[in-house]
Design a protein around this ligand. Structure first.
Ligand SMILES: [Zn+2]
Length: 127
């Protein structure tokens, strides 16, 4: 399931996530969702939701790059771990519900610049 938020992260290389605290035009705000290709957020103290382009007047918190290299898979367009410069083995949801993604072992569409994948928030258990 590809969310629009993921599309925004992939397209604009920004770390946007639901409930992330950002600054819009110098004012603190919280991301509440997406509206098409745009971000929806609520500026502190305001009732209405503001819609804006992900790169317009928004300052994101500093998010480090992934500790292990990650890339956007050119096939399934998901944020996946890389190994030796190519995409690691991963499943995707093809005709047979879940099978090895053809993008496994292939170069990424482009590297992931921000550590926002849920699996990256904690140390790897498998080593
Ligand atoms: Zn893939």
């Amino acid at each position: 399931m590809t969310s629009t938020m993921e599309w925004i992260r992939r397209t604009y290389d920004v770390p946007a996530r639901h409930r992330m605290r950002i600054e819009y035009d110098g004012k603190p705000a919280t991301i509440v969702g997406t509206r098409g290709p745009h971000l929806a957020f609520r500026i502190d103290g305001e009732k209405h939701i503001t819609i804006s382009h992900p790169c317009y007047r928004i300052v994101y918190p500093t998010i480090p790059e992934p500790t292990q290299p990650r890339g956007w898979c050119a096939h399934c367009l998901k944020d996946r771990a890389m190994k030796h410069g190519v995409m690691g083995r991963h499943q995707w949801y093809g005709r047979n519900w879940s099978e090895l993604c053809p993008g496994s072992g292939q170069p990424p569409w482009k590297p992931v610049r921000n550590l926002t994948h849920p699996g990256e928030q904690r140390p790897e258990a498998t080593r």
